[in-house]
Design a protein. Structure first.
Ligand SMILES: [Zn+2]
Length: 94
């Protein structure tokens, strides 16, 4: 494989974790799509290529979640809303 950006053949294969966001203000109402593709990284310039899996690609095409795709829905979930917060600070008053 030759890099499309710098023509180097010095590349490596890595496991990736990518969160894909729709652009612009309209993107705030769309799901965030998670993909875990194999990455082909040019070790000279950093240019990276990967293939979005078909199921996650359908989310990008339609802008709505599909069954089985790993997406973060557009309604935010705050970590502070989750139970089990261990913020036990033992402040002593003097
Ligand atoms: Zn390159």
């Amino acid at each position: 494989m030759v890099c499309k950006r710098c023509a180097s053949d010095n590349h490596g294969a890595f496991n990736g974790e990518v969160a894909i966001h729709f652009p612009g203000l309209n993107g705030l109402d769309k799901p965030i799509v998670w993909a875990f593709p194999k990455l082909a990284v040019c070790l000279k310039c950093g240019f990276t290529e990967f293939i979005v899996p078909e199921r996650e690609l359908r989310v990008l095409v339609h802008g709505t979640p599909v069954e089985g795709a790993q997406v973060l829905p557009n309604s935010p979930v705050r970590l502070s809303d989750k139970a089990g917060d261990k913020s036990a600070s033992s402040a002593t008053e003097g």
